[in-house]
Ligand binder design. Structure first.
Ligand code: F6R
Length: 619
């Protein structure tokens, strides 16, 4: 939540700082789009422009009132926490003396106390934000003397909560200084210029050399130096890494929306997630599995912690891992985990799933788990992210950058990584022979083509969505691994088309929700393969039950399933012979396309649904 960009270069009075920061903000807008703002510092002092609403509003403002050229700039795109999305609450916030400008991501929990202290100095904030309070406090620290870095150390030690702060000093435009605790910040390393960003998307158009920062660290970036210290000012070393995707990965590439592009990237996301993880003899090698084999053999319970779509990937993992490894798997919404005093110990493996690797709820859950002695394995898409850094082992999904706020290809890659984990544990713990593992891996290897086949349904699914532009409620039913797919189908529709939608375990319907069925109500049913007759027949019964009550039934079923076809008003086929446990990789695709099209028909912004942000860095 909130996107932050910083730039400092050696050219005096150049437009480059502003250009780089605006480009970075455009790439980070998915982190929040309530307002946008920039500050530029140079020979003409420091100037700020900020506007409520999308980045385009800020661009309009800059066209009317250009900022002078400079040497350094910072920028911000906001997801509102303290105070509404107004011009006044937009970042950057400037201190009472005009000396420093600050942008911030996170929540300062002791801001009321800090605000009260300002009154003693005769300083009255003009906005409702916690950030402005911190900007004034930073200026007060500077008034005691020393550098911006020293003042930041003193301030950061006094702040409670989560924050990434980036500050610009009017009197020294050769440096930007940033502090981080629990919120993301990465450094981009250039030649004669350096960058800061909430994630690498901020500067990937400029450099692919990057440095990640640890918890409670402060960085001072000048055109040709990067200095990292802790909050006490002790020197620290940041970890360098190379960004493994280029800027083309984050452009729409001919699609109308990022979401459409990302739906079409699902086959590649699966293939990339599988790549390099198999051995010539058909086994598995997970280089990133830094937890010892002895510990993994002793695990007697797995708890998956995640939020939203990632949690639904965890639900799929439960079916696969329990079946393959015979280890009990619980799936817990990360924000509920630590508050319920969960029973975890050194024999519990906690698996955190997160596209961004920054979701605060998930981060707090893994910290709690590690405090209890559990090992944490993260399934993460973003390199250098906090969850990846703080976990004992990381299994990266190689889905590439996901820009649309609604997760699509990342969900599919997360499920793929969960399969890899399940098969790895099954092999290690002796639940499956290597040749059995090889058969599953072979099937997984066929999934990109199967997904490609389902993408061929696109125009039919879009046509169905267009015919439903006036629906007000949609239900999704599934059983076994179809159940999390139903939940995901409903979530996609809620977040993109703002339509009431609910996903149910198909068997649960008769325990209450069937009362919702009325003539014409659209009900999607995820039908399992007829090769699992018991499971299949139950879902077919559920399909009949809703049809009998007048529902408009849309089935996602295996090609040639005549029973499903006979009870469905509309049917979408997924490829025959897809293994039961791998069905979610194909059945979810039509639901993603459906939600995207319905949002488009209703005139909504498919990539940036209202009230949401891509990376949820507050609890
Ligand atoms: C929905 C969606 C969210 C995320 C959730 C977790 O389309 O994207 O539900 O899945 O906020 O985010 P990550 O995976 O970044 O931890």
């Amino acid at each position: 939540m909130c996107g932050i960009v910083g730039y400092v270069g050696s050219a005096v009075a150049s437009n480059r700082p502003l250009d780089v920061v605006l480009e970075g903000l455009a790439r980070l807008e998915y982190r929040g789009y309530d307002s946008a703002g920039v500050a530029v510092a140079g020979p003409d002092g420091m100037k700020v422009a900020k506007k409520a609403g999308r980045l385009d509003n800020l661009r309009g403002e800059l066209a009317e009132h250009p900022l002078p050229a400079g040497e350094a700039a910072i920028g911000h795109t906001r997801w509102a926490t303290h105070g509404g999305p107004t011009d006044a609450n937009a970042h950057p916030h400037v201190s009472y003396d005009g000396r420093v400008a600050v942008v911030h991501n996170g929540i300062i929990e002791n801001f009321q106390q800090l605000r009260a202290e300002l009154a003693d100095h005769g300083v009255t904030p003009v906005s409702q934000t916690d950030t402005e309070v911190a900007a004034h406090q930073l200026a007060l620290e500077m008034s005691h003397g020393g550098t911006l870095l020293e003042a930041m150390c003193r301030l950061a030690s006094r702040l409670e909560g989560s924050f990434t702060f980036v500050a610009l000093d009017r009197d020294d435009p050769h440096a930007i200084v940033a502090a981080r605790r629990n919120s993301p910040l990465v450094v981009g390393l250039g030649e004669g210029e350096n960058y800061l960003g909430s994630d690498v998307a901020a500067f990937v158009g400029q450099t692919r050399h990057a440095m990640e920062l640890g918890q409670d660290q402060i960085v001072q970036v000048t055109p040709d130096s990067v200095r990292v210290v802790d909050f006490k000012g002790n020197e620290q070393t940041g970890r360098r890494f190379e960004v493994d995707w280029d800027v083309n990965a984050a452009v729409k590439g001919g699609y109308d929306t990022f979401m459409d592009k990302e739906i079409h990237e699902a086959p590649t996301a699966v293939a990339e997630t599988l790549r390099g993880r198999t051995t010539p003899d058909g086994g598995l090698q997970l280089d990133e599995m830094r937890i010892s084999e002895a510990v993994l053999r002793s695990v007697d319970k797995i708890i998956v912690v995640a939020c939203g779509t990632a949690a639904y990937a965890g639900h799929v993992a439960k079916y696969a891992i329990e079946h393959w490894c015979r280890i009990p798997v619980e799936v817990e919404l990360a924000h509920e985990f630590r508050y319920r005093d969960p029973v975890v110990n050194e024999k519990t493996l906690v698996v955190a799933i997160s596209q961004s690797g920054e979701t605060m709820d998930t981060l707090m859950a893994i910290r709690h788990a590690r405090e209890q002695g559990s090992k944490v394995l993260a399934i993460v898409n973003t390199h250098g992210s906090t969850i990846a850094r703080e976990s004992d082992a990381v299994l990266y999904t190689h889905a590439g950058p996901e820009v649309a706020v609604a997760s699509t290809k990342a969900f599919i890659a997360q499920i793929t990584a969960c399969y890899l984990l399940g098969l790895y544990l099954a092999e290690l713990r002796g639940n499956k022979y290597v040749d059995e593992i090889a058969t599953y891996l072979d099937e997984l290897g066929k999934m990109p083509d199967r997904i490609e086949e389902v993408l061929g349904l696109e125009s039919d699914v879009r046509e169905l969505a267009r015919s439903m532009s006036d629906v007000t409620s949609v239900l999704f039913l599934g059983r076994h691994v179809g159940y999390p797919v139903a939940l995901e189908g409903a979530l996609k529709l809620k977040e993109l088309a703002y339509i009431h939608a609910e996903g149910f375990a198909a068997g649960e319907l008769k325990h209450g929700p069937i009362a919702l069925i009325e003539p014409g109500l659209p009900v999607f049913v995820i039908v399992p393969t007829p090769r699992r007759p018991l499971l299949h027949s139950k879902v077919i019964s559920n399909l009949q039950e809703v049809r009998a009550r007048g529902a408009r039934t849309i089935a996602i079923a295996e090609e040639g399933d005549s029973e499903a076809a006979s009870y469905a008003d509309t049917i979408f086929w997924v490829p025959r012979t897809t293994p039961t446990l791998m069905m979610p990789l194909v059945t979810v695709v039509p639901l993603q396309i459906f939600a995207s099209e319905l949002a488009r028909v209703k005139g909504y912004d498919v990539d940036k649904p209202r009230n949401l942000a891509k990376s949820v860095t507050v609890e």
